[in-house]
Design a protein around this ligand. Structure first.
Ligand code: SF4
Length: 450
C-alpha cells in the first residue's frame, strides 16, 4: 500500500507459509497522525467499569467527555440501572482557570445526598490532567466523610491509549476489592472480561449452572457492589476479554492468590474447549462429565443448523478488526468452520502472544495488522476483496461506503454472539448481511457510473 506512515509498517504483516512469530509491533501507543481507531484512556476505563449496574459514574471534565461515553455499552442488567445515567461536573473555562476541585466535591456530595450510593467512580479526563486537580484527595475526603467508596479513576484521555484506560479501570476495581481481601475461599469462579452487551453473561452463567459451578462475581457485565466484593473468595478467575481484564487477573493473583485461565465463548470450538478447561482446572470430574454431555448435545444441534447456511457462505472472504486478540482468534476459527477465508485480521489492543496465535492459524496471504487506521482498513478490504467486515461502530461506515457487508461484534449489537446460541445468531447475521441483494445493487449502480 502506498502512503503507509513509515512507523506503521512494522504493525502490518503479510502471513507467509510457516510464519508463527513475525515480531509484529503491537501493544504500543498509537503513532502520531495515524488517526487510530482506538478510543482515549478515559473511554477505555469507562467501558470496563460502566456495566456495574449500581455504580455511579461521575465524569470530572467538560460535558463532551460524558456525552461521548453516555450509555456507551448497551450492557444489560438484571438489577439496578443507574449505570445508564451519566453524571458530569461540566467543567467550563472559569473552572479550568481557577481549578475544579470545589465543583467536583459539590458534585459528589450532591450525588451522595440524593441517591445514597454505595459505589462511585470519579473519572479524571484530559483537562483535569492538564490543570492538575487532586481528584484522589477529593475522593478520599468524601469517602471518609460518608464512610463509602468514592474511587478515583486516573484516566486523562491523552495519558496513553485505550489499553491504559483498561488498566486504570482494573486499578479502580482493585481499590475496592482490597478492602474485602480477608474472606474464606468458597467453591466457584469469577468471570472476567464479559460485559453482558446483549445478555452474554447470562448465557455463560447458565452454562456454569449446567455444570454445577457457582459464579461468585462477574467483571463487569451485570455486576453490582454486593457481588463484586465477594470476588476475593473465588477459587478461579476465568478471563474472556484478556485485553481489558488480564491485568486485573494478574493483580488478583498477586493480591489474593486466585489463579486464572483464559477462555473464549465465541464459536462452537472455543466454547466447548473453554467449558472443559474450566472443569479441568477446578479438577471437578462431575463438571467435566456434564460439560462433555452438554457440549456434544449443543454442538450437534447447532451444527445441523449451520450446515444449511454453509453452502451460502463457502468461499466468502472476511475482514476482521476488533478490540482484543481473543475475539479475533475466535472469529478466524468461526469463519474457517463456515468454509470462509479470513483475509484481513487486526485488533486495537492485541498482545504479542495473541498475534502469535493469529499468525499460526491465519491462511497464507492474510493481512495482519495492529492498531489500524481507516485508510489502511479501507485499502486492505478492497485489495483483499473482502465480502464482509466484522468490527465495531467506528468500522461500520468504512465498510458501508465501500459497498461491503458488515457485522457488529462490539458495543451496539442487540443479540448475543456468545455460546452455542450466539453461534447461530452470528451465522444468521453473516448470512443475511453478506448475501443481501443490496450489495449487488450498489455494485451495478457504481459500474453504471464508470
Ligand atoms: S478524556 Fe480527553 S480524549 Fe477522552 S473524551 Fe475527554 S477530552 Fe476527549
Amino acid at each position: 500500500m502506498n502512503g503507509i506512515i513509515e512507523e506503521r509498517k512494522q504493525s502490518i504483516v503479510l502471513k507467509k507459509a510457516g510464519m508463527e512469530n513475525s515480531g509484529i509491533t503491537c501493544d504500543k501507543d498509537s503513532v502520531s497522525g495515524s488517526v487510530s481507531q482506538r478510543a482515549c484512556v478515559y473511554c477505555g476505563a469507562r467501558v470496563v467499569l460502566n456495566p456495574i449496574t449500581d455504580a455511579f459514574h461521575i465524569v470530572h471534565g467538560p460535558i463532551g467527555c460524558a456525552s461521548y461515553t453516555w450509555d456507551i455499552r448497551g450492557s444489560l442488567t438484571s438489577g439496578d440501572d443507574i449505570f445508564r445515567t451519566s453524571f458530569s461536573t461540566d467543567l467550563r473555562e472559569r473552572d479550568v482557570i481557577f481549578g475544579g476541585e470545589k465543583k467536583l466535591e459539590a458534585a459528589i456530595e450532591e450525588v451522595v445526598l440524593k441517591y445514597q450510593p454505595r459505589l462511585i467512580f470519579v473519572y479524571a479526563t484530559c483537562i483535569v490532567g492538564v490543570i492538575g486537580d487532586d481528584v484522589e484527595a477529593v475522593c478520599k475526603s468524601i469517602s471518609e466523610k460518608y464512610a463509602m467508596h468514592v474511587i478515583p479513576v486516573k484516566s486523562p484521555g491523552f495519558s496513553g491509549n485505550k489499553a491504559t484506560g483498561y488498566k486504570m479501570a482494573c486499578n479502580a476495581i482493585m481499590h475496592l476489592l482490597k478492602s474485602y481481601r480477608n474472606q474464606p475461599v468458597q467453591k466457584g469462579i469469577n468471570i472476567l472480561g464479559d460485559f453482558n452487551l446483549a445478555g452474554e453473561m447470562w448465557i455463560i452463567k447458565s452454562y456454569m449452572k449446567e455444570m454445577g459451578i457457582p459464579v461468585i462475581s462477574t467483571f463487569t457485565g451485570d455486576s453490582s457492589y454486593e457481588k463484586l466484593i465477594k470476588a476475593p473468595s473465588a477459587q478461579l478467575n476465568v478471563v474472556q476479554c484478556a485485553g481489558s481484564s488480564m491485568y486485573l487477573a494478574n493483580l488478583m493473583y498477586e493480591e489474593f492468590g486466585i489463579p486464572y485461565i483464559k477462555v473464549s465463548f465465541f464459536g462452537v470450538e472455543d466454547t466447548t474447549e473453554s467449558l472443559l478447561k474450566i472443569a479441568d482446572t477446578l479438577k471437578d470430574e462431575n463438571a467435566r462429565k456434564k460439560a462433555e454431555e452438554f457440549c456434544a448435545e449443543q454442538s450437534e444441534r447447532v451444527e445441523a443448523i449451520i450446515a444449511k447456511y454453509r453452502k451460502n457462505l463457502e468461499g466468502k472472504r472476511a475482514a476482521v478488526f476488533v478490540g482484543g486478540g481473543f475475539k479475533a482468534i475466535s472469529l478466524i476459527h468461526q469463519f474457517t468452520a463456515l468454509g470462509m477465508k479470513t483475509v484481513v485480521v487486526g485488533t486495537q489492543t492485541g498482545k504479542k502472544d495473541e498475534y502469535e496465535v493469529i499468525e499460526k492459524i491465519a491462511d497464507k496471504g492474510t493481512v495482519i495488522l495492529d492498531d489500524a487506521n481507516p485508510a489502511e482498513l479501507e485499502h486492505y478490504m478492497v485489495e483483499m476483496k473482502a465480502d464482509i467486515l466484522v468490527g465495531g461502530v467506528k468500522e461500520r461506515p468504512l465498510a458501508y461506503k465501500l459497498g461491503i457487508a458488515f457485522c457488529d461484534h462490539n458495543h451496539e449489537r442487540k443479540h448475543p454472539l456468545a455460546g452455542f446460541d450466539g453461534v447461530l445468531n452470528f451465522v444468521e447475521e453473516i448470512n443475511s448481511s453478506i448475501n443481501h441483494p443490496v450489495w449487488d445493487f450498489i455494485k451495478s449502480e457504481v459500474s453504471s457510473y464508470e
